[in-house]
Design a protein around this ligand. Structure first.
Ligand code: ADP
Length: 412
């Protein structure tokens, strides 16, 4: 597919540096990097990383990723004589460190409870998530475009009474479909793209379970403390703050009868406390609230109404499953556990599949109904079934077949 001018302007090049390499030094090489990307044309796919072979760059550049919101994920890119605008070249270092946990406590509890985890972005743990998440629809591109636009609007000081900007995203759907990973991956991409605008980006994952399962009657106070910590981060306008509230339904469960043995008025108070606090931090222009939920129907309307994006994420189709399994097999080949000479076709050439690829697609069809998480586990389970150092592709398919059998039976 030839690239047009408007695609060109939304095409970004993300350059991940090797450990210890200096960002300032590489800034000078931006033109060279764009040039190298062009030379790798044969193997260029949207949102797929590649390694450059250039004497000046190999020592400093770890990998390069070209991403374009206007082009489907994984589609082949033909750069031709198009070059990527220099403003769209983003150079970044990833941080190795683990998240640090913050806790909150009230006077009446002896021990503190871990309320959230903080990461400084871009971080290593989140970096490959984006590339490895595979969906049937265009959800990754759509989310990125939308949230990018939201942050731009907020940045320009758009009046949110006229233009509805809530800076809140809600992803819902069955467990294990990649919602949490997608939130993390999205934050990472935005942190990289907006690094000129914000000095720092942090990602705060709220531990909703620990806040709500214990000390139920007190959680109102704990929530207040937690949000005070978040507000402190948001007070710095040079800092971009992502707040993830996973399984947001656990916060609102208090309103239903399923939370037995608790005084319903306490529960209600807690929910209202959360909503009030969420509204408070949403007012900061540099905050984006990411929420996920495993249920759809029972979700509190108050949550649903607030979200700018409310998106269902479902189980993958056979073609998406094929791509997930392919990436897992490629990794097994890279580490030498499956015969590296065997080739599998990209899903886009399904009409001309080789026998091996057609076989894998048949296996993928049998996984329909499983979550992305369950599918990612299959190749490891399969590999463990044959204690051989290296499997041929047909041998691997045979054990994968068994693993699928087991998994789909236990799922019924
Ligand atoms: P959820 O938040 O929906 O429960 P997670 O984000 O925790 O799901 O997903 C768990 C793991 O499952 C991810 O780390 C990923 O490896 C795998 N996974 C889920 N969905 C997909 C997908 N669509 N493509 C690739 N991997 C997926």
């Amino acid at each position: 597919v030839k690239i047009t001018a408007d695609v060109q302007s939304t095409m970004h090049l993300e350059v991940r540096l090797k450990k210890g390499a200096s960002k300032h030094e590489i800034e000078k090489c931006k033109a060279l990097i764009s040039e190298c990307a062009k030379q790798s044309d044969a193997d260029l796919y949207n949102w797929r990383s590649f390694v450059v072979e250039h004497p000046e760059l190999t020592a400093v550049v770890d990998q390069i990723l070209i991403g374009c919101q206007n082009t489907p994920d994984g589609q082949k890119l033909l750069l031709g004589d198009i070059s990527i605008p220099e403003n769209n070249v983003h150079v970044y270092n990833v941080r190795d460190g683990d998240a640090f946990a913050t806790s909150v406590a009230t006077e009446d509890t002896e021990s503190a409870t871990v309320a959230s985890h903080h990461w400084e972005l871009p971080c290593k743990a989140f970096d490959d998530l984006w590339e490895n998440l595979i969906f049937d629809d265009n959800i990754k591109n759509e989310l990125l475009s939308f949230v990018y636009a939201l942050l731009k609007l907020s940045d320009r000081g758009a009046n949110s009474n006229i233009l509805s900007v809530n800076r809140m995203v809600l992803l819902h759907g069955p467990p294990g479909t990649g919602k949490t990973s997608l939130c993390k991956a999205l934050a990472q991409r935005l942190a990289i793209r907006l690094s000129n605008r914000y000095k720092r980006s942090i990602f705060i994952e709220v531990n909703s379970h620990s806040l709500f399962s214990k000390w139920f009657a007190e959680s109102g106070k704990l929530i207040l403390k937690l949000f005070e910590q978040i507000e402190e981060c948001a007070n710095d306008p040079h800092q971009l703050v992502f707040v993830l509230i996973d399984e947001v339904e656990s916060l609102t469960l208090g309103r239903t009868s399923s939370f037995k043995g608790n005084d319903p008025s306490d529960a209600l108070r807690s929910v209202n406390a959360v909503l009030t606090q969420m509204d408070k931090i949403r007012r900061f222009r540099n905050v984006l609230l990411l929420t996920t939920s495993n249920i759809t129907d029972a979700l509190d309307e108050a949550f649903v109404d607030r979200a700018d994006v409310n998106r269902f994420v479902g189980h993958p189709s056979a073609y998406a499953i094929y791509s997930i399994l392919c990436s897992a097999i490629k990794e097994l080949q890279r580490v030498g556990l499956v015969d590296p000479s065997a080739k599998l076709d990209p899903v886009s050439s399904w009409q001309h599949f080789t026998d091996d690829s057609a076989h894998l697609l048949r296996l993928s069809t049998r996984c329909i109904g499983l979550s992305g998480r369950a599918i990612r586990k299959l190749p490891v389970l399969a590999y463990s079934k044959l204690s051989k150092d290296q499997l041929t592709l047909p041998e691997f398919f045979a054990v994968l077949d068994k693993a699928i059998d087991e998994k789909t039976k236990t799922n019924e």
